[in-house]
Design a protein around this ligand. Structure first.
Ligand code: PB1
Length: 328
C-alpha cells in the first residue's frame, strides 16, 4: 500500500536522477586539477615499465615528449619531472648539472610543447649514491650544506625553462634559500611549489624502486615529518609561506586528508596534495585482482582529496582520470 507520511525533509529528492545529482554535486574534478608525475632517464626510445607501478614508465627524452603530447591531448596540462641520472655520487652532482637529464628534458619539452606546464622536483635523493635528500657526513644528513646544492638544482631547472620548481627534500629553510637563488639569478618569475608538509611515509616504496632512491642507510625520519604530527604541519606550511612559497603541498594525500583540510583553512595559497606511488600501487593491485572497480575507486579517491581542500592533485592516475572524466 502506498502509505503517505507527512515527511517534510526528503534528502533523497536530490538523489533521484543523474542530472539532479550532477546539479547539486559539491565537489567536482577536472583535468586542470592534475599534475602528472613522470620519470625521465638517459637513452633513446625508452619506455621501461615500472613493475610496482603498472602504467608508469621510465621514459627517455624522445618518448617523454610523446607521452606529454598524449597527456595534453587527454586534457592534462601539467607534468612533474623526476630524473634518473647516468651516475650517482655523494653530492648528487647531476641534479644541478646544466646537461643533467631533467635539464635536458625541460629544454626539449619547452621547445616542442610550449603549452605544457613543466614542474620539476628539486631534490638530491635520486642523484646521490647514499640515496638521502641532502649532503651526508658522519652518518648525518646535514641541513645547511644541502641548501646550496638544492638552490643550484632549482636554478639549473629554471635556466632550462621550468615553469615551477618543487623542493621535496624537507631541509629547513630550503624554500628561502631557493627563492633567493632564483631571484638573484633573474628567475623571479619562476614559481615555487613547496612540499611543505611531507611525511616520513611508508607509501613511497614504489617510487623508491622506480627512482632507485631508497636511502642506503637509515631513513628519512630526521628530516621528513612524523606521521603523528598535525600541528607541526601548520608550522612547516607557515614557514614556507614566509620564505616565499607560491604553492604549498601536503604529501602523501590519502593518509593525510585531515592535514589537507587544516592547510586549506590556514592559507589562501593554492594547496596541492600528492597522491603518491604507494597509494597508486594499492589501487592498481586491487584492480588487477578484480577486487575493486578501478574507475569508480580512482575518481572517488581523487574527489576525496579535492573535497578535503586540495586545489591541485599530483597523481599518476592523471591521464586515465582525465579520460574517464571526459567519458562522463
Ligand atoms: O610517489 C611518490 O612516492 C613520491 C615520492 C617522493 C618524490 N618527491 C619522495 C619519496 C622519498 O621520500 O623517497 C622523494 C623525495 N625527494
Amino acid at each position: 500500500m502506498n502509505e503517505r507520511r507527512n515527511i517534510t525533509h526528503r534528502p533523497r529528492r536530490l538523489r533521484a536522477s543523474e542530472p539532479l545529482r550532477r546539479m547539486v554535486r559539491e565537489t567536482t574534478l577536472a583535468p586542470d586539477d592534475f599534475i602528472y608525475p613522470l620519470f625521465v632517464a638517459h637513452g633513446e626510445g625508452l619506455r621501461r615499465p615500472i613493475p610496482s607501478m603498472p602504467g608508469v614508465f621510465h621514459f627517455s627524452v624522445d618518448t617523454l615528449l610523446r607521452e606529454c603530447e598524449e597527456a595534453l591531448a587527454d586534457g592534462v596540462p601539467s607534468v612533474l619531472l623526476f630524473g634518473l641520472p647516468e651516475g650517482k655520487d655523494a653530492r648528487g652532482s647531476e641534479a644541478y648539472a646544466d646537461d643533467g637529464i631533467v635539464q635536458r628534458a625541460v629544454r626539449a619539452l619547452k621547445r616542442e610543447l610550449p603549452g605544457l606546464l613543466v614542474v620539476t622536483d628539486v631534490c638530491l635523493c635520486e642523484y646521490t649514491s647514499h640515496g638521502h635528500c641532502g649532503v651526508v657526513e658522519g652518518g648525518q644528513v646535514l641541513n645547511d650544506p644541502s641548501l646550496d646544492l638544492l638552490a643550484r638544482t632549482a636554478v639549473s631547472h629554471a635556466a632550462a625553462g621550468a615553469d615551477v620548481v618543487a623542493p621535496s627534500d624537507m631541509m629547513d629553510a630550503r624554500v628561502g634559500a631557493i627563492r633567493q637563488a632564483l631571484d638573484v639569478e633573474g628567475f623571479e618569475n619562476v614559481a615555487l611549489m613547496s612540499y611543505a608538509a611531507k611525511y616520513a611515509s611508508a607509501f613511497y616504496g614504489p617510487f623508491r624502486d622506480a627512482a632507485g632512491s631508497a636511502p642506503a642507510f637509515g631513513d628519512r625520519r630526521s628530516y621528513q615529518m612524523d606521521p603523528g604530527n598535525r600541528r607541526e604541519a601548520l608550522k612547516e606550511v607557515q614557514l614556507d609561506i614566509e620564505e616565499g612559497a607560491d604553492l604549498v603541498m601536503v604529501k602523501p594525500a590519502l593518509p593525510y586528508l585531515d592535514i589537507v583540510r587544516d592547510v586549506r583553512e590556514m592559507t589562501d595559497l593554492p594547496v596541492a596534495a600528492y597522491n603518491v606511488s604507494g597509494e597508486y600501487a594499492m589501487v592498481k593491485a586491487a584492480a588487477q585482482n578484480g577486487w575493486i572497480d578501478e574507475r569508480r575507486a580512482v575518481l572517488e579517491l581523487l574527489t576525496g582529496i579535492r573535497r578535503a581542500g586540495a586545489d591541485i592533485i599530483l597523481t599518476y592516475h592523471a591521464r586515465e582520470a582525465a579520460r574517464w572524466l571526459r567519458e562522463g
